[in-house]
Design a protein around this ligand. Structure first.
Ligand SMILES: CC(C)(COP(=O)(O)OP(=O)(O)OC[C@H]1O[C@@H](n2cnc3c(N)ncnc32)[C@H](O)[C@@H]1OP(=O)(O)O)[C@@H](O)C(=O)NCCC(=O)NCCS
Length: 238
């Protein structure tokens, strides 16, 4: 069944839908859903295929569907980290309002929206909105901002999904990378998670984002799940 995605459709100005692949979903189901898509008025559909569903992934590869993201989820068991970071704040984000568009831009590089040519133009705006909603509209449960000389240079946000705590947005401005600031934000996030009784902290990233992957692994995160996200557009031959 194809579910309409209201936010994505309104934002990108395309009719966008999503297929949810539950357990037991097979190639026959996909063929049926793709037929429905062809007859529908959707412009684009997304679907996420766990890496272990090899038949479906092989089929998508053969059909050359746009592989928008090789998604990986990493996990870490949280511990009690006693830390005091004076250059990290968690309030008054409006003070740094002019710094956030650059931070949003620095985070989106490996995003699937940045990879899909039809979404690319608006990907930056999407991330700016995501950062704004997280900081000013309580979209996330908690955020930490890394500050240097009164300028915001990095951000991490935490969000609950299906009762699990996820790192939602995470980035350091390019000029300030490799100075241990990302590690500091990850430590703050973990410490908050532990204090708020989350025994585990999850993060989603793209397999292509080797630097992010190395950063998480260096901090003790382990591979938890892998999946492939495809985008199919109306004019693609099915
Ligand atoms: C991922 C990111 C936040 C890391 O921030 P950072 O401040 O540069 O990271 P740190 O300096 O704290 O590095 C911590 C460890 O991660 C690893 N690491 C970070 N950058 C690395 C790189 N370019 N190459 C190899 N290892 C790297 C290292 O093990 C490093 O420890 P070390 O410096 O003692 O060797 C930053 O690269 C970034 O903003 N990337 C773009 C946005 C992004 O991809 N966000 C993640 C989305 S899921």
């Amino acid at each position: 069944m194809i579910k309409s995605l209201k936010f994505d459709s309104d934002f990108f100005k395309y009719r966008i839908g999503k297929i949810d692949l539950g357990s037991g979903y097979g190639l026959m189901n996909l063929a049926k859903d793709l037929k429905t898509f062809q007859k529908s008025n959707f412009d684009c559909i997304y679907f996420e295929v766990p890496s272990k569903m090899t038949l479906i992934n092989d089929y998508c590869k053969k059909k050359e569907f746009l592989l928008a993201c090789r998604k990986i989820v990493l996990i870490k068991n949280t511990t009690n980290k006693q830390i005091l970071q004076q250059n990290i704040v968690s309030s008054s984000p409006r003070k740094y309002i002019s710094d956030f568009p650059d931070i949003a831009k620095s985070i989106l590089s490996e995003s699937r929206f940045n990879k899909d040519p039809r979404f690319k133009k608006k990907a930056c705006k999407l991330y700016e909105l995501w950062v704004k909603k997280s900081l000013y509209d309580n979209y996330c449960q908690k955020y930490f901002i890394s500050v240097k000389h009164n300028k915001a240079i990095g951000l991490i946000t935490l969000k609950i999904r299906n009762n699990n705590l996820f790192i939602d947005l995470f980035g350091i401005l390019p000029d300030f990378r490799r100075q241990g600031l990302g590690k500091e934000l990850l430590n703050m996030a973990e410490s908050w998670a532990w204090s708020n009784r989350f025994k585990q902290l999850f993060v989603t990233t793209a397999n292509e984002n080797k630097i992010a992957f190395k950063t998480y692994i260096s901090q003790g995160y382990k591979l938890y799940q892998e999946s492939f996200i495809y985008h199919i557009w109306r004019n693609h031959e099915i």
